[in-house]
Design a protein around this ligand. Structure first.
Ligand code: AMP
Ligand code: MG
Length: 404
């Protein structure tokens, strides 16, 4: 049996980043940039007004005061989207609107609220400083400057910047395609008849949702009966994907055929048991360079082992460098008992209490109890044979933002 850290190291050392593909701008959200992006021109390309007002030459207002305003002549209007018809001359102002290019000859803008307008004259009651209310050329980016680097995660602001730079398609790392297989004679898929002795297939759906949340593309290869042949057949279907995940049938029972089936397909198995609870039996192997995970069957064990081992692997494949969930420190509100000899990952609700995080168990910690997973914001990491007493501090792997 290996530790969680050893298992993770075994897994991640065998995972490579996938290749890249060019995708439509909005589809880049949440993905990792695979090409450096530099500005081909200045942004903004010309100095422009940051207010609705009057473009002028600061020098013309040097003598202005509230008691003795300077009178200047309005000679032209520049709405946003247009450029001035001619340069501005001393003694003149141009009516200008936010975003419009500053006319040649002008060096500043006075907001319309500050001036008095009379016929085609304005009265300026104070000296205006050169550059006032002007956004300079290249204020955001200079031509040739690097805007975004390879490896950056594309969020809404990055999408905006890419649009500013005219990029309608962008090179990003591929999302891993992940085949999901459930195994077990008792497992009935959605829409099927859950007769006595049978159970609904929840793992395929929870795991596909986790794949989506981790930035992958799930591929459902259904439920295999408990036989080597049936498992082998569906595993083979999964080989069109970048990663294969199965659940159940991976322990030491008479009907646990997943490891056998994998070996018969020629997979190399690197890992079997990990010292954690829930989720001791987990297989990790590779087949033709493709990672294969055999997760335990109990619904919470499958989800927790996905979180700890599969999610970081999928993120690495998609080009991310931040692979893990945030680990925070929280104060236990109730005892957090881990009676077993393996490290415990306990489902807890986390909330903020006056500047510190507090954690409490979400209920029954049975590895088949999904409702306590639903209520959990995180997994409290408790050493073997240990109970964290109320008031004690415990590290928590955050799965969601803490509840308020
Ligand atoms: P096993 O590893 O095959 O012994 O399965 C462990 C437990 O997980 C058993 O109680 C199974 O019924 C349950 N289980 C297996 N596959 C699924 C599934 N796809 N959805 C929900 N529960 C499952
Ligand atoms: Mg089984």
């Amino acid at each position: 049996m290996v530790s969680v850290e050893e298992a993770l190291e075994q897994i991640l050392s065998r995972i490579d980043r996938l290749g890249s593909e060019r995708v439509e701008l909005l589809a880049c959200l949440g993905r990792v940039l695979a090409e450096p992006i530099s500005a081909r021109f200045n942004i903004p390309p010309w100095p422009n007004s940051s207010m609705d007002g009057y473009a002028l030459l600061a020098r013309d207002t040097r003598e202005a005061s509230p008691g003795k305003p300077v009178e200047l002549k309005v000679v032209e209007t520049i709405p946003a989207g247009s450029i001035a018809g001619r340069p501005l001359r001393a003694g003149e102002v141009f009516r200008i609107f936010t975003g419009a290019p500053l006319p040649e000859g002008a060096d500043s803008v006075i907001p319309q609220e500050e001036v008095e307008v009379q016929d085609s004259q304005i009265r300026v009651p104070r000296p205006v400083a050169p550059g006032e209310f002007v956004r300079p050329l290249g204020e955001d980016l200079r031509a040739g400057e690097t805007a975004l680097e390879v490896g950056q995660v594309i969020g809404p602001a990055e999408v905006g910047l890419l649009a500013t730079l005219g990029r309608s398609r962008v090179l990003v790392f591929r999302r891993p395609r992940v085949a999901i297989l459930s195994t077990g004679d008792e497992v009935v898929d959605l829409g099927g008849d859950v007769s006595p002795g049978k159970i609904p297939n929840s793992n395929s759906y929870a795991l596909m949702a986790q794949v989506l949340e981790a930035g992958g593309e799930p591929l459902n290869v259904g439920v295999a009966r408990d036989s080597r042949e049936a498992i082998e057949e569906r595993l083979r279907w999964g080989l069109s994907a970048d990663v294969v995940i199965s659940s159940a049938g991976v322990s030491v029972g008479d009907y646990d055929f997943v490891r056998d089936a994998l070996q018969r397909l020629g997979a190399e198995l690197h890992l079997w048991q990990v010292a954690m609870r829930p989720g001791k039996p987990i297989t990790f192997g590779s087949l033709g360079g493709r990672p294969i995970f055999g997760l335990p069957g109990n619904p919470v064990s499958a989800m927790v082992t996905f979180e700890l081992f599969v999610r970081p692997a999928l993120r690495k494949m998609a080009g991310h460098t931040k692979l893990h969930r945030p680990l925070i420190q929280a104060r236990a509100l109730s005892p957090l008992p881990n009676p077993g000899h393996r490290r415990g990952y306990l489902r807890v609700r986390v909330s903020a209490d006056g500047g510190e995080n507090v954690a409490q168990l979400t209920g029954n910690q049975g590895s088949a109890v999904l409702t306590s997973m639903v209520a959990a914001d995180g997994l409290a990491v408790v050493p073997p044979d240990t109970t964290i007493p109320p008031g004690g501090t415990v590290p928590v792997l955050l799965l969601k933002p803490p509840s308020s």
